[in-house]
Design a protein around this ligand. Structure first.
Ligand code: ZN
Length: 352
């Protein structure tokens, strides 16, 4: 029986799930971001300004969905110096699953301060923070760089109805011993264009694989994290293709929760399904398509002449999970989410 890993019906909507506008330290206004992303074929942008959950429902129309969100970051700087010599960060985006959810999660009632790394940005953010809505019934929330606090932030985000993502682990300079402690993320950034634009190798397939090997279930997304400073172009490099029945706030967030999307820096995936012990993928023209499985050699299908546009790989139930990487004609990569064999073979394994 054929099982569609990306839904058979519906349409793909191009999304940037991490961005910064003039509500915090970005240079483009929310309206400019909408206009410029729509020009490039995007239908969805998640506005995730630093520390400020500022609703943009007025930007939604029949051809564009503005998802409301916020990015929180904590680091190990104490009294101006990093603890244990090297600076580390942990940054999370929280995207509201409902357009009606306009309350900022993880509110520190006592301090109520925006990020202070940039005095000019802090001033702008102060103004917008004053316009946020807060749920008085939630406990006050002090954020700091500590795995138990970060896990509490993730839980608070989820409890308050947000899709929670782990951002740019390479830029954050975290190590395995740090990020492996994080639990219950919905997704991680397998690619972040802002980080890559300043020279970090923010291709995080290895970290994604490590998280999966440790038994975590999470999706992967590619984002821009754009700030649009003139000296550092960082838009239109990482995107997530979301497949949904139609373009509405709730159908898009429902597709996020179900994992009906793939992540890319360029390559296009057209279809993905599992049938009789094999996974089938079709793509736009590509150099190579390969599959990653834990504890096994990577299987590759490479273009012998010009390009390939499909591949088929055997899946065995002891593979535990797999994800597929597509290398485009220009060498850029696209990634499927991970799929788990217990889901694919579950019915077949019932003993009789
Ligand atoms: Zn960011």
């Amino acid at each position: 029986m054929r099982k569609y890993l990306l839904p058979e019906n519906g349409a793909f909507y191009k999304a940037n799930l991490h961005c910064h506008s003039t509500v915090s330290d970005g240079r483009w206004t929310p309206e400019e971001i909408k206009e410029r992303y729509m020009e490039k074929g995007y239908s969805v942008v998640a506005y995730t300004d630093h520390n400020i959950m500022y609703p943009h429902n007025g930007l939604c129309d029949e051809s564009f969905v503005a998802l409301n969100g916020v990015e929180f970051g904590v680091n190990n700087i104490v009294d101006g110096k990093p603890k244990n010599k090297f600076r580390k960060n942990c940054d999370l985006c929280m995207i509201a699953l409902s357009s009606e959810n306009i309350f900022q999660p993880c509110w520190n009632k006592e301090e109520n301060v925006p990020a202070s790394w940039d005095a000019a940005a802090a001033k702008i953010m102060d103004k917008h923070l004053a316009m946020c809505s807060f749920d008085e019934s939630r406990p006050s929330f002090k954020m700091r760089y500590d795995p138990s606090v970060i896990n509490a932030m993730i839980d608070e985000g989820r409890n308050c109805g947000f899709f929670v993502t782990h951002n740019h682990p390479t830029w954050s300079r975290e190590e395995y011993s740090d990020y492996i402690k994080y639990e219950n993320m919905h997704a991680m950034e397998i690619y972040n264009n802002d980080s890559a634009s300043i020279g970090h190798d923010e291709h995080n397939a290895k970290i994604y694989d490590e998280q999966l090997k440790a038994g975590k279930r999470l999706y992967c997304i590619a984002t821009d994290d754009n700030h649009n400073k003139p000296e550092k172009p960082d838009s239109f490099g990482g995107f997530t293709m979301i497949k949904a029945e139609r373009l509405e706030y709730s159908t898009i967030t429902d597709a996020l929760l179900k994992g009906n999307f793939y992540a890319s820096e360029g390559p296009i995936i057209e279809s993905l399904y599992f049938e009789d012990g094999k996974v089938y993928i079709s793509t736009a023209p590509a150099q190579a398509i390969f599959i990653t499985k834990p504890g096994k050699n990577v299987a590759v299908k490479k273009a012998e002449e010009n390009f390939i546009d499909n591949a088929c790989f055997e899946i065995e139930d002891d593979d535990i999970y797999f994800f597929i990487t597509v290398v485009g004609e220009d060498g850029k990569k696209g990634y499927t989410n991970a799929y788990f064999t217990e889901d694919l073979f579950g019915v077949l394994n019932i003993s009789i």
